[in-house]
Unconditional design. Sequence first.
Lengths: 391, 303
Amino acid sequence: MKIHVTGYGLISSIGTNAEESIESLRNLQTGIERGKSEATKAYNLGAIHLSNDELKKRFDLKTDGSRTALLGMVAAKQAFEGHELSENIRTGLISGTSVGGMDISEVEYKKYLDQDGHNPENYKHHSSGTSSDQIANELGISHFVNTISTACSSAANALMMGARMINNGMLDRVVVGGTDSLTLFTISGFKSLMIFDEDWCRPFDDSRKGLNLGEGAGYIVIESEKSLEISKKQPLALLSGYSNASDAFHQTASSPDGHGAKLSMTEALRVANIKPDEIDYINAHGTATPNNDLSESQAIQSIFKDRIPPFSSTKSYTGHTLAASGGIEAVFAILALQNGYLYPNLNFKTPISETGLVPQTTFEEGKEIRHVLSNSFGFGGNNSTIILSAT
Amino acid sequence: MYFIHTIASISHQDSFQVPNVFERLEKLGDDSDIISPNYKEYVPPTALRRLGPVLRMGLTASIECRNNVDADFDAISVGTALGCLKDTEKFLVTIHTTTSDFLSPTAFIQSTHNTIGGQISLGLKNHAYNMTHTQNNLSFEVALIDAIMCVNEGKQNVLVGAADEKIDFLAQAQPDLIPDTHPLTSGASFFVISPTKGSTGIGVRDVHTNFNATNIAKDIQDFLSKNKLTTDDIDVILSSNEQPFSDKQETLNYLDYSGMHYSAPAFALHLAHDYLLSKGKKFALIVNDMCPGRLGLTLVEKQ
């Protein structure tokens, strides 16, 4: 069964919608910059410079929630704009998040430790599932809600589950994607892993040192044929391939040869029923950690051999938005299919010595792009690939 | 039908490696504690030391399931509502109290919800589909929906389960984060489901979730009629509420036996399975309304 994409929405440090994001991508304008607060001034981050109150006001949000939930509402509402709720279209929301309401909980827990005005009521926003309930309520979606939490592959897995629920006849239309806000918890966590680059991250460059964190949300709307007949929406793209596999190598590191990545790319190509040489662009996971980029490069070489399509990591613009990244990058993929865009990989100078791979470094448009492959790999060896195709 | 081939539960009951959990089932008292298996038989001691309760329980229950079936799992679907709370709290304390530039990453690494699924894949060297679902009290039901889809798609041995752990701090967050009708507990229940009939002939026939449930009785009626059944056909209702839905069948509150944690509905499936097995009955219905408005329904059948 064909899975039709009929809407998309995103927010990140390079824009509050698709138009702004493309302008930034075109102008080589990154959203990553030095943190502005006392707690973040030591880090390069892809932060969104709108407070929670500003988000609520500017995007007319009616539902309260954590910053993760609010960012999710902004992007999901954009994606769902122009869609109508109908009793005849069973509509669900499947959202990925890794931090949930941690942005509120970590502040509240500090008050608890300091015995300074601790208010337990604020933990009602903590659970990741609750953030999805809040996004669904904002959209008025009532048939099904679920949250996927597989760290950095969460949104890609949400896309996959949505497509499978349509294929299994359980839902007709699903808003799928992911959201994560910047938190002290994740900033300190990645610092403890010593995989930050103090400078601007350099995906696929030989001198890369690590990632920059970002925040944001990205969602797409997918529909069955039957749903399209009722909604009369124009398909923008197809979600043609998806897969998830386990690297089963290490809790945080990828296997040197990218075994899990190879499995997920191979299976996604099989689901999409296309050959590797039909892929016109790869939006890589490309976090810019020494481990990921080498492992992913080797997996890409193993699948695509000597015919490697243009590839890049847009995390050099947005930072690594964790559970949101697969959603944001799916929107980039759809825009690439619609407009023939190829996105540059910023800060690349020297190929990784082991692989010699050179990513796309300029913004191009008007190319013929039929199939885009997008990778998302998470902690726990959780490797996911989705393929978006032209209608 | 999605047949249950094996079950491993770690709970406040004598539920691990027992033929039937009803044999020694008792309502939880105030001093009740979790009954832990000998984890060292499943996880090397060096690894075990690093793992918080939810990871120990989830990994051990999964390995036990693997030991009981003949083939590798071809899909793994895990539910957890609040995830690795102990490691999450530990890392929160670290970042709020440490001034050093060097923080230990272990608690952070183990704080993500999918550490449970990741540890299972690592422990079993399993490269298959591996998913983690988190949806408050419905976390197990959504994991089960995923597992059912895996079977529909041709998978033969699907590991599905749920695990949640209690930390002392959680009492502070009651009832905003978790209800306070029962003592807070921990627990994990894992199952292998398959399209082929297992030795008991018992399986899951259907699952339904509704996060905006306003009329539970109507949801139950619709769910049963979709399955061409009425409440009269149901032999036992396992509910999370004292309120009986009908006086035609036995009703028991599974929280009386599991205590309060959001993976308790997975333990309820263990109870339902063993009830049908020991009494030779046909249908059990699990009604999960632990959180107001968030309803899960699971229909269990013996063929």
